[in-house]
Design a protein around this ligand. Structure first.
Ligand code: SF4
Ligand code: SF4
Length: 99
């Protein structure tokens, strides 16, 4: 995971539509990965699934969700940094297993 959603989120949903990896979900909603369904990672805020976020690598030059947010609630997460090669490999893995 390279980006995270902060407490500034107002749950407007704008970022969800921008994500090419289908990595953003509203609070309490189950997420999918590799053809399976998993419990929501947060019941309180819109959330990003770390295994599905590639910082948009493989689709766009910059993360698409960050500029879409009206409250600047999406930020790079310094606790979860990945190299461009790792992000590219994650994208290719998602292409294989399904998002
Ligand atoms: S950076 Fe890109 S892949 Fe990651 S959550 Fe935002 S839109 Fe989705
Ligand atoms: S665009 Fe920003 S405020 Fe809206 S749901 Fe996404 S993180 Fe929350």
């Amino acid at each position: 995971m390279a980006v995270k959603i902060t407490e500034e989120c107002i749950a407007c949903g704008a970022c969800e539509a921008e994500c090419p990896n289908d990595a953003i979900y509203e609070a309490g909603k189950e997420y999918t990965l590799g053809g399976q369904t998993f419990p929501a990672l947060s019941d309180e805020t819109t959330y990003i699934v770390p295994e599905k976020c590639t910082e948009c690598v493989g689709f766009n030059d910059e993360p698409q969700c960050i500029p879409s947010c009206p409250t600047e609630a999406i930020a790079l997460d310094p606790d979860h940094t990945e190299t461009p090669d790792q992000l590219k490999a994650k994208k290719e893995h998602l292409d294989t297993i399904g998002r």
